[in-house]
Ligand binder design. Sequence first.
Ligand code: PHE
Length: 345
Amino acid sequence: MQEQLAAIVNEVETALVGIKTRPDFEAFKAKIVGGNGSLTAVMKQMGKLPKEEKPAAGKLINEAKRKIEAAFAATLAAIGDAELAARLGDPIDPTLPSPDDFEGRKHPLTQTREEICRIFSRLGFTIADGPELESEWYCFDALNTPASHPARDMQDTLFMPADTVSKDASKKADEAYVMRSHTSSVQIRTMLSGQPPIRIVAPGRCFRRDTVDATHSANFHQVEGLWVDKKVTLKDLKSVLDFFVREIFGTSVETRLRPSFFPFTEPSFEMDIKSQNLGALSGRWLEIMGCGLVDPKVFENVGIDPQQWTGLAFGVGLERIAMLVHGIDDIRHFYANDLRFLRQF
Ligand code: PHE
């Protein structure tokens, strides 16, 4: 039996050197350890041996089995390595630079947001922040927006079911919550948390029940502005916004304030721009933001004396500005994460 086993081990070790593929390996393995394999046949002889010879024979068989299994495992590993190398082609040098020279960069909306904040910071504005899930009071009531205002319609604003909000300990159970429909709620938060003078910009995400198309998104961004001080006038509003628009679109841009209405500003305006450098949109008046002087009622709602303080406020759409600056014709590009789009900025 010892000779038989030695012969099998020898056969295995010799034959495996020449075996390079998985099917060849499996076929050979069956010839040794399969039902009719040579090693299996030797093991079957064990049963016929006299009892006293069995322990020694068992030991010999186990030893041979160990050697054979080790040889099988080594061959299988070599076949696996060869298969991987074949799939990868040439050997890889992980120290080489990537053949893709794209370094990655900021999203165009991030770039535009940072640019807008940079411009206003040069006028002394600091950055303020507020939550996206907002109570109705901050989003509407404190901003002098009555319950009957269309912005508070279920069709325009995403109201949050009470049971999803009350889990958060910072929220009051009896208040209604909405995904903020504008960043103007940050005006209220800022005025409640500090005394005037105040000069802030608040970039952030807003939510509306809009059907998505080339110019609408249920999810978009605004940059809010608020300046509260003694004797802030329309002249300040116009000069601050003109400065901003010229920084973004160049000095040849024309601007106009068109009378409008917001419950939280009085008077209220839409600011329009006209430029010859806007591709297909050149030479046309284009609305870019809402603005106005802070309504005295809003000051009263946050405990600021409207006899003493005045203010200006504005809210500019981030996507709108980025689309005009870059000549982007579809708002959906911003959210598709398509590198062919993103690499252009
Ligand atoms: N919150 C207004 C909007 O979303 C914009 C605005 C902000 C208007 C500040 C006036 C003052 O349309």
